[in-house]
Design a protein around this ligand. Structure first.
Ligand SMILES: NC(=O)c1ccc[n+]([C@@H]2O[C@H](COP(=O)([O-])OP(=O)(O)OC[C@H]3O[C@@H](n4cnc5c(N)ncnc54)[C@H](O)[C@@H]3O)[C@@H](O)[C@H]2O)c1
Length: 257
């Protein structure tokens, strides 16, 4: 490996779910800047089209698929179509995810199921559909979006569905990593702390939450999406070739205290 070219993804194809916004969009930009052709996946057609336009204007090669990751039929069809169209998939980033604040007593059955369905089931359907084809092709890198919430419990807000879903993503990541370790398919997860995206926008506007977050984060600030995207590039690249089953914290020191 030449270290100076380890992050060159030229000729590769990267699929990014939740690619219309936040960490997914920024990671698509980062992977694209490193040379990968991007298959951008999201269930929101309007934001997906706008995100793809923005990336194209920046010179990134982008194709789009409107997919609700909670529907395994849609996910399987998209995987088939993308492999047919692009000929290969080297990286899958599962960034589609949702969060809700609620107390355990008050959350509705539907809301609980929705968080699990998007975050856990959606991640699994995508890992399975793309992973199976990566195994056939002889390798690939899957990056799941975990969270520090898969390890610690956020405060002062309550969101047991989110904590449970992210813990499940961490364990799913390790289970698939071990199952597929001999196939050339690597499976890792990122565990970000608070990131300045749409997901945290309304919460950041509440000083009683935001000030506690800053107090509890040793670096005293949130992450910018770029600070997560650079790790996605690392996990996609040959530079991380011996990493699988890792849950990589990127949280400004939050889980160190
Ligand atoms: N923002 C944070 O502080 C933070 C911290 C740790 C982990 N994460 C995780 O990072 C990931 C991305 O979060 P973000 O902050 O970029 O949020 P975001 O809201 O900006 O982006 C999420 C994207 O996922 C898409 N999406 C939601 N449900 C979908 C579905 N059923 N099918 C397809 N697409 C769907 C949305 O349309 C949106 O484009 C999530 O998994 C989130 O849990 C975020």
């Amino acid at each position: 490996m030449r270290y100076s070219t380890a992050f060159d993804l030229s000729g590769q194809v990267a699929v990014v779910t939740g690619g219309a916004s936040g960490i997914g969009l920024e990671s698509a930009r980062a992977l694209g800047q490193c040379g990968a052709a991007i298959e951008l996946v999201d269930f929101n057609p309007a934001t997906l089209a706008a995100a793809a336009d923005t990336l194209r204007q920046e010179g990134v090669n982008v194709a789009t698929s409107v997919v609700d990751v909670t529907d395994p039929k849609q996910v399987n069809a998209a995987a088939e179509q993308i492999f047919k169209r692009a000929g290969r998939v080297d990286t899958l980033l599962n960034s589609a995810g949702i969060a809700q604040l609620h107390t355990a007593v008050d959350i509705s059955d539907e809301d609980w199921r929705r968080v699990m369905d998007v975050n856990v089931n959606g991640t699994f359907w995508c890992c399975r559909a793309f992973g199976a084809r990566m195994i056939e092709a002889g390798g690939g890198s899957i990056v799941n979006m975990g969270s520090m919430s898969g390890t610690i419990i956020n405060r002062p807000q309550f969101a047991s569905s989110y904590m449970a879903s992210k813990g499940a993503i961490h364990q799913l990541t390790k289970a698939l990593a071990v199952e597929w370790a001999q196939s050339g398919v690597r499976v890792n997860a990122l565990a970000p702390g608070y990131v300045a995206t749409e997901m945290t926008l309304a919460m950041r506007a509440r000083p009683e939450l935001f000030n506690t977050w800053l107090d509890m984060t040793p670096m005293g600030r949130l992450a910018e999406p770029q600070e997560i995207a650079s790790l996605v590039v690392f996990l996609a690249s040959a530079a991380s070739s011996y990493m699988t089953g890792s849950i990589v914290a990127v949280d400004g020191g939050y889980t160190s205290i």
